[in-house]
Ligand binder design. Structure first.
Ligand code: TYD
Length: 209
């Protein structure tokens, strides 16, 4: 990886259905930037601030409709952007965020079937022009992801959904990737950990990062 000025101040997000295996690679990516001399901030959504983490608890565990979910995740996102993400980027840090707005389009939009127009309005208002510089979309078959999840944890409200739900979420991500091919790169997450890492390294190198 090249010099510090080239790797600082970048906003990188990770996306994919539950069980796609993002977590391992979120940590590895941060470490790679750190070794190159960048200051790295790891964060996640829903969450990332005290307020947004409180909203996360509600979204993951209380029954509500899709619009309510969207309003809460975007409220958390606004707080997260203002208090954490923007100041870090302004300070030249590399921000690595586990999920961001693509998840709202994939889960609330495609998964829950909510109209995309309010999501687009929320995206515009809440982000005020801020977009990730790079989004790594971990794409994996829902059946494979379900097996991985079952092995490691108890299911939250989203993880309890059936395979058809995750097929829709996957399609939602595919649509977002198609609409923003420069920003959003598909990673074949059905492969082994070293093979997934190699794909990520190739994406970074392609950008001169
Ligand atoms: P995640 O942090 O990946 O869960 P875990 O800690 O269990 O790995 O994501 C939490 C859930 O929130 C996930 O199922 C997707 C959902 N989600 C939305 O529905 N909309 C959103 O905008 C975001 C950011 C996440």
């Amino acid at each position: 990886m090249s010099n510090v000025s080239q790797v600082s101040g970048r906003f990188i997000t990770f996306e994919g259905i539950d069980g796609a295996g993002k977590s391992t690679h979120v940590a590895a990516l941060g470490e790679r930037f750190r070794l190159a001399g960048a200051e790295v901030l790891h964060t996640r959504e829903p969450g990332g601030t005290e307020l947004a983490e409180a909203l996360r608890e509600l979204v993951l565990h209380r029954p509500m409709d899709a619009l309510t979910e969207a309003l809460l995740v975007f409220a958390g996102r606004r707080d997260h952007l203002r208090k954490v993400i923007e100041p870090a980027l302004q300070a030249g840090k590399t921000v690595v965020c586990d999920r961001f707005t693509d998840a709202s389009f994939a889960y609330q939009g495609a998964g829950r079937g909510m109209d995309l127009a309010p999501l687009q309005a929320l995206e515009t208002w809440v982000q005020a022009g801020r977009e990730p510089d790079l989004t790594l979309w971990f794409d994996v078959a829902p059946a494979v992801a379900a097996q991985r999840r079952a092995a490691v944890r108890e299911a939250d409200r989203f993880e309890q959904q059936d395979l058809e739900f995750f097929e829709r979420v996957r399609q939602g991500y595919a649509d977002r990737a198609q609409a923003a091919p420069q920003r959003m790169v598909r990673i074949d997450a059905g492969l082994s950990v070293p093979e997934v890492s190699a794909q990520i390294v190739a994406v970074l190198e392609q950008r001169g990062w």
